[in-house]
Design a protein around this ligand. Structure first.
Ligand code: ASP
Length: 343
């Protein structure tokens, strides 16, 4: 017998699942079991839907690696039973969670589509309804029995993006996310135009889930006027194993001796320093300007066109594997889930 397409919708929290309280008008989460009342269109899909609702549901500012691990575990436990997964998540940290999941889920051969909204589902002008309906369609899409998008991705306002290439850049526009260094996986208009040259190909291997993440990482965003006291004490954080250096433009940082010397000291103390750009598009290229030559010389790693979100979660993943630093540095220079462009 022909089996119905089955989709697991995992609701973690965020604006999408809110309605205005009848008495106070304040935003409160609605009971997800009643989702059909909020989105009656769901019954028009001829799919089998199941729902998993996180308890407690979370504003995404409260996400952390343990909760990412719970999400990966839910996908693992249900992997064989469903054709695709839709994760409803607050937009604020969606790019971090979705990037983390991309590293946690090795050999993913089914779609895991994150979405959310800027206006709650309970609002008339909500963007959540379209985001949810299209995310479901993408999670279910197959060609020759094979999922079209077998990767972790984010769908928001007509754009399907690879999760670990995405950044939230707008807090009020429906179009809240950008994929600065990779074309869209799909552009949604009257039809869904999949960009098949970009979408990762399935490898048909068995799913492997890696949930041990090491959080001894930190981000150092530089700015003109940054002082030595701050940089020095930051790099002396107890337990610190890796730093994402958010530099200017194509990877430039102050070339003053104090700055270089403090970073050099950290590198020789086995702290990994990964250089990514503060810009949303473009790539870190050591040596393009004189101000990045020194970084290369002291052992800072070029993060190329990785987003900060991908860099943080990739480092948490690699450190969690207990690899030695030589292996971690080598893997930072490789694309393991399509997170970085390697020429
Ligand atoms: N603060 C909310 C969250 O990230 C915003 C949203 O859902 O878009 O959970």
């Amino acid at each position: 017998m022909f089996e119905k397409t089955s989709i697991l919708i995992i609701y973690t929290g965020g604006t999408i699942g809110m309605i205005a309280d009848e008495n106070t008008g304040a935003l409160v989460p609605f009971n997800f079991e009643n989702i059909n009342n909020q989105v009656p269109e769901l019954s028009r899909f001829n799919y089998k839907f199941d729902f998993h609702c996180f308890e407690p549901i979370l504003d995404s500012s409260n996400m952390n690696p343990d909760i990412w691990a719970d999400m990966a575990q839910i996908i693992k436990d249900n992997y064989e039973e469903y054709d695709g997964f839709v994760v409803l998540h607050g937009s604020d940290t969606m790019a971090y969670t979705a990037s983390a999941l991309s590293f946690m889920l090795e050999n993913l051969n089914k779609p895991v589509v994150f979405t959310g909204s800027q206006l709650p589902l309970g609002f008339l002008r909500t963007d959540g309804r379209e985001n949810l309906i299209t995310a479901i369609e993408i999670a279910a899409a197959k060609e020759d029995e094979t999922p079209i998008v077998p990767e972790v991705c984010i769908y928001f306002e007509n754009h399907l993006m690879r999760a670990n290439r995405t950044t939230k850049y707008n807090a009020e526009n429906f179009n809240a996310f950008v994929s600065g260094n990779l074309p869209l996986l799909a552009d949604v208009g009257i039809t869904i135009k999949y960009n098949r040259n970009i979408i990762l190909k399935p490898n048909f291997k068995k799913l492997k889930v890696h949930t041990s993440f090491d959080d001894n990482v930190a981000v150092l965003k530089i700015f003109p006027g940054i002082n030595s006291r701050f940089v020095e004490s930051f790099l002396k954080t107890p337990g610190l194993k890796a730093v994402i250096l958010e530099s200017f433009g194509s990877g430039n940082a102050p070339s003053e001796p104090w700055f270089i010397n403090i970073l050099k000291q950290a590198c020789s103390n086995n702290i990994i320093i990964l250089n990514v750009s503060q810009c949303i598009a473009g790539s870190v290229e050591h040596g393009k300007y004189e101000t990045s030559i020194k970084l290369e010389e002291i052992g800072v790693i070029e993060g190329r066109d990785m987003t900060s979100e991908a860099a943080i979660t990739k480092l948490m993943y690699l450190l969690g594997k207990d690899y030695d630093n030589t292996t971690i540095k080598k893997m930072l220079g490789q694309s393991i889930r399509g997170e970085v462009t390697i020429n």
